[in-house]
Design a protein around this ligand. Structure first.
Ligand code: BGC
Length: 810
């Protein structure tokens, strides 16, 4: 232990007090030993340091900070150096606000396009995600503070995120859902990691010995701090044993007491606590020099400019018929769409940043050199169809050479805590587009949304620029692409299916009442579309440029692949070249190809550059469930270099020696997986892959409700009061939506409806404690007066204990 001397000097109470928050954002300090608090703040694309009112839902504004493009956006840049720069600037701002741990990056894999938090995550591909995440972490931590990679792991949906059991086979877990974390830990050297709310194969991730101990600590050698997601703690002692050092936010000493009692009862050794304390102290002492410096303002303008540059490199040009873009200087342009007035630049929830500056398209027009003949709103962002607005927009459109149509998803639709209901943009925007097309078909649509959408209307636009969620300078960045000042170089980090029904997890998302089965296994995103030959709207890795690139001269050695790229157009530009590998045989099922490397190069017009992408330890490995380790299959691999996952420009092969591991599967028993036809995997076949039966899919309606049941289950409760409360919640949700208060309605769903009973205490440390939750559960289960008395009695006890504890610690 690094801090043995200090730890030996600490009382048991003091040690346990470091195991959970002092308040919503800070850890306990111990003045007499010179141990300061850590200040933790969201993350991930800007600092959300709440100086006054604290919450994890993004309700109360943080101190102004630069709102950088969200991870879904930056991933499109495929530029690790740029990712590191973002991390660097984030780190700078964190230090200037005395933040010691920045809660990001979020690196969950985009299993399904409807996940409400996809805008916060990088990609459907673990390799790209991991590399970008490691870059961010390096940048943040170069300032002497800590990043906190999240949410470990398999948190791929918002619906029932605090109770759902994700049922995943071991190989898929390793290859798809853990690889990015592995890269973040090993290459990013993250000092902190946040566990997710959900269960994984039956255990809360925070207590899951398999991922927390065996994989994270033993295999990856992680020696940093593990933090629960806010209110995500369950059994504190189990969590500690699995290696969770810090439960957040405060539990008002309650969870610490559980640890103390478990030690006194000899259920756990004090040395387990000592080791956890040692790691927390390491985080405190190694970050305090940076985070305890007197506050210094950061350079707001410089940070804003970087934010713009990042947005510029992340914009994806999806369509450019008849070279409608870049716009010509002499063209008269009509600007239409609510998003041109109020930019859509980030998502909702705990990641909300209070921006220092905010660019809107209409303000930046003059400097863009584009000649605007006027603006019309065209639609209400949150409203229904408005014929007058459409008419006004069409009148303006008639006078223009080109229409710039700003459309997308609104802030309420892409939010933490709730998944999207479908992949469409609002109907009133589509109606506007159709009407405009009738009067002037020269339409360039500019999309603002942080996740994939369906585009049945795509034939009605000549140009399509996807700005994603470009942060506070995103609007200006888009104008620079439209005007040609910036040559677009972003490529999609996720596939755009033609329709939602095409997605591989369509039938398995968001799962059953109690569990979600990952029956599609390895086949997510392009891994599925490619293997099953399903046509898509835009493939993974796709993006256009104002110039063209040719690939030539591939040479493959055991060390890597070298080739040339020539800029054959008339404009300098950047190209993202992607390395895909196809396995050597069909003994072990695999997606038809997988991303194993990438690079981004700037090339002047007419110039040729030689590029090398090395093979790393991920290039040829697969996880063998028989040997329970990474293996390499011997044989000849296809090495493919693509401008996207479906635009392979060069191909060669390479013989790779294997590790001679036994074949882990019997192909006859897993036909869907061997064919890549995983849209409707029968239960018995999934169980074969899993190696066990699936757990209960639905809630148990026969038992009284307990800590880990959710409030939505009150509909089946014995207590009349609980059933009434349930109907009141459902009614309020319905009513609020009816009167157009969608965001308040969403809050009800995320913070009440899906909350487990234990969450009432875990989210409100100091107001309600677990014994009071016992009383609430008595009420719910039909013992109204007994429960009420219990709540009252326990509250009095809690207040008394609190006084005693504070006296002891001070
Ligand atoms: C989110 C985390 C966030 C935390 C603190 C949680 O609800 O899942 O990503 O860091 O709140 O705001």
């Amino acid at each position: 232990m690094k801090y043995k001397a200090i730890i030996e000097n600490m009382t048991l109470d003091e040690k346990a007090s470091l195991m959970s928050g002092k308040d919503f954002w800070q850890t306990q300090d111990i003045k007499r030993l010179g141990i300061n608090s850590l200040f933790l703040a969201d993350g991930p694309h800007g600092i959300r340091k709440q100086a006054v009112a604290a919450d994890h839902l993004g309700l109360n504004a943080g101190i102004p900070a630069t709102c950088f493009p969200t991870a879904a956006t930056v991933a499109n840049s495929w530029n690790q150096e740029l990712g590191e720069k973002v991390g660097d600037y984030l780190g700078d701002e964190a230090v200037s606000q005395q933040v010691s741990v920045l809660l990001g990056p979020g690196i969950n894999i985009k299993r399904n396009p409807l996940c409400g938090r996809n805008f916060e995550y990088f990609s459907e591909d673990p390799y790209l995600t991991g590399k970008m995440a490691a870059a961010y972490i390096r940048g943040v931590q170069s300032h002497g503070i800590s990043a906190c990679v999240k949410h470990f792991a398999v948190n791929n949906q918002e619906e029932r995120r605090m109770s759902i059991d994700a049922v995943v086979d071991e190989r898929t877990l390793r290859e798809i859902y853990l690889t990015a974390f592995e890269i973040a830990v090993k290459e990013g050297n993250t000092k902190a990691l946040m566990t997710s709310y959900n269960r994984l194969n039956g255990e809360y991730t925070n207590e899951n010995m398999h991922i927390m101990k065996r994989i994270l600590r033993e295999e990856w050698g992680y020696d940093g701090v593990v933090i629960t997601d806010w209110g995500g703690g369950n059994d504190r002692v189990k969590g500690l044993l699995a290696g969770n050092e810090l439960e957040m936010p405060t539990t008002d000493g309650e969870a610490d007491q559980e640890i103390i009692e478990a030690i006194r009862r000899d259920e756990i050794k004090e040395s387990v606590l000592d080791e956890a304390v040692d790691r927390v102290l390491d985080l405190v002492f190694s970050t305090q020099q940076a985070s305890q410096r007197p506050t210094t303002p950061f350079d707001v303008e410089r940070h804003h400019r970087l934010s713009q540059k990042v947005a510029e490199e992340s914009i994806v040009l999806l369509k450019n018929e008849e070279a409608v873009l870049p716009l010509q200087f002499s063209q008269k342009v009509a600007v239409i769409g609510d998003f041109a007035k109020d930019a859509r630049y980030q998502g909702a929830g705990s990641s909300i940043v209070n921006p220092t500056i905010l660019d809107h398209t209409l303000y930046c027009f003059e400097e863009s050199g584009i000649t605007s003949i006027g603006f019309e709103q065209g639609f209400d962002r949150y409203g229904k169809k408005d014929p007058q607005k459409i008419k006004n927009a069409c009148d303006l459109a008639k006078q223009a050479d080109v229409i710039l149509l700003y459309i997308g998803l609104d802030e309420v639709t892409e939010a933490e805590g709730l998944d999207r209901a479908n992949m469409q943009i609002p109907e009133n925007q589509i109606e506007l587009l159709h009407a405009l097309y009738e009067v002037n078909p020269n339409i360039v649509a500019i999309l603002s949304c942080g996740s994939a959408i369906e585009m049945p209307w795509i034939d009605k636009v000549k140009g399509l620029v996807h700005g994603y969620l470009g942060g506070q300078a995103g609007a200006r960045a888009i104008l620079r692409v439209l005007s040609g000042d910036v040559n677009p170089s972003g490529k999609l980090a996720e596939t755009y299916p033609i329709e939602y029904e095409d997605t591989p997890s369509y039938r398995y998302f968001p799962g059953n009442e109690a569990s979600v089965e990952y029956r599609e296994s390895l086949y997510i995103g392009y891994r599925y579309y490619d293997s099953a030959n399903v046509p898509v709207l835009f493939p993974f890795g796709y993006g256009l440029s104002y110039t063209t690139f040719e690939y030539s001269n591939i040479q493959v050695t055991r060390a890597g692949v070298t080739f040339e790229i020539t800029n054959t157009g008339e404009k300098a530009g950047m190209e993202v070249a992607q390395l895909y590998v196809t396995g050597p045989s069909n003994h072990i099922f695999r997606p038809s190809k997988e991303l194993k490397g990438f690079t981004k190069v700037f090339i002047n017009e007419g110039e040729t550059k030689t590029v090398t992408i090395p093979f790393d330890d991920k290039a040829f490995r697969y996880f063998n469930i028989k040997t329970n380790q990474w293996e390499c299959e011997e044989g000849t691999y296809q090495i493919k270099i693509g401008a996207s996952s479906s635009d392979i420009r060069l191909e060669d092969s390479l013989f790779v020696e294997g590790t001679n591991a036994p074949t882990p599967y019997q192909p006859k028993l897993l036909p869907s997986y061997y064919n890549g036809a995983i849209k409707d995997v029968p239960l018995h076949e999934f169980e074969q892959l899993l190696g066990r039966n699936v757990p209960n899919q639905n809630w148990d309606r026969t038992k009284p409700l307990g800590y880990n049941d959710i409030i939505a289950q009150c509909q089946y409760a014995k207590g009349t009061f609980a059933r009434l409360a349930y109907h009141a919640i459902v009614f309020s949700y319905w009513f609020l939506r009816k009167i157009g208060k969608r965001s308040t309605a969403n809050l009800i769903m995320m913070s009440i409806y899906y909350l487990p009973f234990r969450g009432i205490a875990k989210m409100t440390g100091g107001i309600v404690n677990m014994p009071m939750v016992d009383g609430i559960l008595m009420i719910v289960n039909g013992h109204f007066f007994k429960g009420l008395r219990h709540v009252w009695k326990e509250r009095k006890k809690m207040l008394k204990k609190k006084k005693e504890r504070l006296a002891k610690l001070s």
